[in-house]
Design a protein around this ligand. Structure first.
Ligand code: DER
Length: 226
């Protein structure tokens, strides 16, 4: 489909940014999948010498399938580049992430990286951030969290499993709660308000990386860089 071609163009472009000796954050989701596919080709065809730090079980399992050597943040607390996806990206490069419930570990890896490369198709671009903000929450704190979100004007809904009865459990063993505030006027303020709530691991608003972010938007003919 056109979307798959767009994601592939974005992912392949990002993979070409990786040079020998780099430590690379590997994000979660279907668009980064294409970056991994290209990295795998470069490792086997060019002997690309790189190390990947994954952001989820999905990313690490895929990277292993692709023969991408892996390590952890404890070994590589500074990364050259993190390649990741996003769900919404505004013109200031602020984002909503977390569709894959991986935003907490993705934030750690993005923070460790000198350059945050976000790969997406055009459907992710928007004028104003809006819609559900995923939040990883300690099960212990759920009821209090839901109360605080409502007091802030949001509508919380805990993410339920599809092939699992009961709530989704994140790779770190917590709940994921989608909090809808409609259109978000001040993403930075909302991000800190949510992240400061007791029991919150992290929310999917990513506004703190804009000065070291390169957004690669794929389309069926190639990419646009922001
Ligand atoms: O969960 C996440 O933040 C992922 O990066 C995700 O939002 C991107 O997924 P996609 O590339 O499959 O759209």
């Amino acid at each position: 489909s056109d979307i798959d071609i767009s994601k592939k163009n974005a992912g392949y472009f990002a993979a070409e940014l990786i040079q020998d000796g780099m430590a690379v954050g590997l994000g979660t989701g279907s668009t980064v999948f294409y970056a991994m596919e290209r990295l795998s080709e470069r490792i086997s065809s060019e002997g690309l010498d790189m190390i990947g730090v994954p952001t989820s079980f999905q990313a690490s399992m895929r990277a292993r399938e692709y023969g991408i050597p892996l390590s952890v943040i404890d070994e590589y607390p500074s990364l050259d580049i993190a390649i990741d996806g996003a769900d919404k990206i505004d013109s200031s490069l602020r984002m909503i992430k977390g569709r894959g419930a991986a935003q907490t570990l993705e934030r750690c890896v993005a923070d460790a990286a000198d350059l945050f490369v976000v790969v997406a198709d055009e459907s992710k671009m928007c004028e104003k951030l809006h819609g559900p903000v995923p939040v990883e929450v300690l099960p212990f704190a759920l009821g209090l969290f839901e109360r605080r979100i409502r007091e802030l004007g949001g509508i919380p809904s805990i993410r339920l499993g599809v092939k699992k009865d009961g709530p989704v459990i994140t790779d770190s063993g917590n709940f994921e709660v989608d909090c809808d505030f409609g259109f978000i006027d001040e993403p930075e303020l909302l991000q800190s308000a949510i992240n400061n709530m007791p029991g919150v691991l992290s929310c999917g608003l990513f506004t703190e990386f804009t000065d070291r972010t390169k957004v690669v938007i794929g389309n069926e003919n190639g990419v646009n860089i922001f």
